[in-house]
Ligand binder design. Structure first.
Ligand code: SF4
Length: 279
């Protein structure tokens, strides 16, 4: 579903200025969504309903604030010095950024013009690999790809959506040789079993573009948002996985010659977006 709008009285020549993105919020000085110091842009809209979603306030496809590429670039350029010394850049997250590929391809094209590193944090759900998605990936330096569960029925239980588009997207990125960090959330009852880790290892091991797998232990820190939205949070009472479980899963993945990182325990919690614009 495209969220983009064009102003009808504008010409295609200045299409960049006529595109609007639906933006949930921005976060400066992010350090967990890609390398270095990052400006993280949280896009509005997601079709999935992951049971552990920490940002259900991004789901509404028509919420957020409408901003142009220029609006965002004005903010991005203020952080250029920080990007430069830290090896950072811009990350788009969500919600699901691929839903606004048309807008983001223009944003990333602008970042490219200024030599700013770009990172796409996505669940990989592209119903069709459209031209805007091809272009967006062309201007993306790194993809952070969430793979929630390899087995489709369990994926459906966890997210209410099929994993087939995500796995196809992973293969597409591999064919293009696009650098990828895979993210795998470890949540009791859904992804703590070792067979799931073996399935992930088998799938990723031939992909030379996968630079690492980040293991993110589940936290319930987004639960209060579900309550605020009147949504029922099904994982109430589910504890974060034991550190031994995380280590066992890491061992399984490493046995497939994958590099595994276990970011600090609060990494997943830092993915909880706070509302608000920088300006
Ligand atoms: S965790 Fe991500 S993919 Fe899942 S519902 Fe939330 S925003 Fe969508």
């Amino acid at each position: 579903m495209a969220l983009e709008q064009h102003h009808s009285n504008q010409t295609s020549k200045n299409a960049v200025s006529t595109l609007y993105g639906h933006i949930h919020s921005l976060e400066s000085f992010g350090t967990v969504d890609g390398p270095g110091i990052r400006l993280v842009i949280f896009m509005q809209g997601c079709l999935w309903r992951c049971k552990y979603c920490q940002n259900p306030d991004t789901w509404d496809l028509h919420g957020g604030k409408q901003q142009t590429v220029q609006d965002i670039m004005r903010i991005v350029l203020e952080y250029q010095a920080y990007f430069k010394f830290s090896g950072g850049g811009v990350t788009v997250s969500g919600g699901e950024p691929l839903l606004q590929a048309e807008f983001l391809k223009e944003l990333f094209k602008e970042c490219f013009r200024y030599g700013i590193h770009t990172c796409l944090d996505t669940n990989g759900y592209a119903a069709h690999l459209t031209e805007p998605i091809h272009e967006l990936i062309r201007y993306t330096d790194l993809v952070l790809l969430d793979i929630k569960q390899m087995e489709n029925q369990r994926h459906l239980q966890l997210t209410k959506m099929s994993n087939k588009p995500t796995l196809a997207f992973a293969e597409y990125l591999a064919e293009r040789g696009k650098p990828v960090w895979v993210r795998y959330v470890i949540v009791e009852g859904y992804t703590t079993d070792l067979e799931s880790a073996h399935a992930l290892g088998r799938f990723l091991s031939p992909m030379k573009n996968v630079e690492k797998v980040e293991l993110l232990p589940y936290h319930a820190l987004g639960e209060y948002k579900w309550a605020a939205l009147g949504e029922h949070y099904e994982l109430t009472g589910v504890k974060p996985p034991a550190s031994e479980t995380v280590i066992e899963i890491a061992d399984v993945l490493e046995s497939y010659h994958l590099e595994v990182s276990q970011p600090s325990n609060d990494t997943f919690s830092k993915q909880t977006k706070t509302s608000g614009f920088l300006k």
